[in-house]
Design a binder for this molecule. Sequence first.
Ligand SMILES: NC(=O)c1ccc[n+]([C@@H]2O[C@H](COP(=O)([O-])OP(=O)(O)OC[C@H]3O[C@@H](n4cnc5c(N)ncnc54)[C@H](O)[C@@H]3O)[C@@H](O)[C@H]2O)c1
Ligand SMILES: [Zn+2]
Length: 367
Amino acid sequence: MTIRVPLIEQRDASYDILIKAGLVRQLDAILKEYCPAAAYAVISDSHVGKLYGEDIVQQLSAAGARAELLTFAAGEWNKTRETWAALSDRMLVAQLGRDSAVIALGGGVVNDVAGFVAATYLRGVPLVQVPTSLLAMIDSSIGGKTGVDVPAGKNLLGAFHQPRVVIADPDLLGSLASVQLAAGLAEAVKHGVIADAEYFAFLEAEYAAIFAKHAPALERLVRRSVEIKAAVVAQDEREQGRRAILNFGHTVGHAIEATSKYEVLHGEAVAIGMVYESRLAESIGIAGAGTAQRITRVLELLHLPTERPDASQVDDLIVAMRNDKKARGGEIRLAFPKSIGDPYGSDGAGWTVAVKEDAIRQVLVNT
Ligand SMILES: NC(=O)c1ccc[n+]([C@@H]2O[C@H](COP(=O)([O-])OP(=O)(O)OC[C@H]3O[C@@H](n4cnc5c(N)ncnc54)[C@H](O)[C@@H]3O)[C@@H](O)[C@H]2O)c1
Ligand SMILES: [Zn+2]
């Protein structure tokens, strides 16, 4: 199936997300239609490059296209300026011109770095996203954000660069480790909470089939999550309004991620963040009673952590939240659900709520 991301501000940058098992085997035909180019730089990391990179380069070469596989060592700690520079230099050495395109083949790290290379190489060349982790399929490959981490923080340098097409092939998830699958599922739960109660109920009912990677369950999951994320970003490409609801779970989550020195995976941190933020939403009277409990239960079913790591000190978490871009004057802005499937702000009240640090501290200390 095809889901269109109809960007309103930049109509020409609207693009399709193709979702179907086996799509990667037709990559050459898809590229011919969506992103013809004189040459392709297939950028991947060391894990994914080994699993799928050579096959893809061979497939493209057999179809008469020039394709170069460029890989870098896997891991968030390689999402850096240095990796961006090394990849760009290798493309220059390979004499890839303005008529070439970048194919980002990998998880969110590859999405972000390869996307940033595409955004800047010779002032920008077309980008095709081939996400291979669940998180990348349902989250990072949609929305046009690219970038790298720097010592001062995550994702601080980057650019918006919309892909020509996103090719989501759930078959690629077959080789994904369970902890990585679970990490992606945290974002799926978030999509249910902020947009669709029925989808949330599907996750509650079908968690075992999802975890066993049954094809119909995975396809439905990818499709519905992509629809939800695409619909939100289409209305707010540059992140000024409604897109803030995608931050549910991420204010506390980012703080947990940062204070753990990134030992807790992003999705795991978001899972824990959703638990505390939904309790906070109940405590300040935004969410109905029982909301947090239902969220916690589905996260447990999906093998995700729901309590902050013991080592993390509440004060450190608060400092980390204060440093987040959303904090101002002793108050931190958060996105909340009113109930499962219904975000705060859906009645025109603005998409985030300013909460006093003390209220957040209370929830973190006492629950
Ligand atoms: N641009 C955005 O809008 C956006 C949104 C959310 C997250 N992100 C970024 O995404 C990153 C996290 O993404 P991630 O969780 O995919 O991490 P990741 O890219 O590091 O992938 C996780 C691990 O799984 C491996 N892997 C990926 N696909 C595989 C497959 N099919 N088979 C076997 N192994 C596979 C990778 O090599 C890596 O070791 C973070 O850097 C985050 O900042 C970006
Ligand atoms: Zn996230």
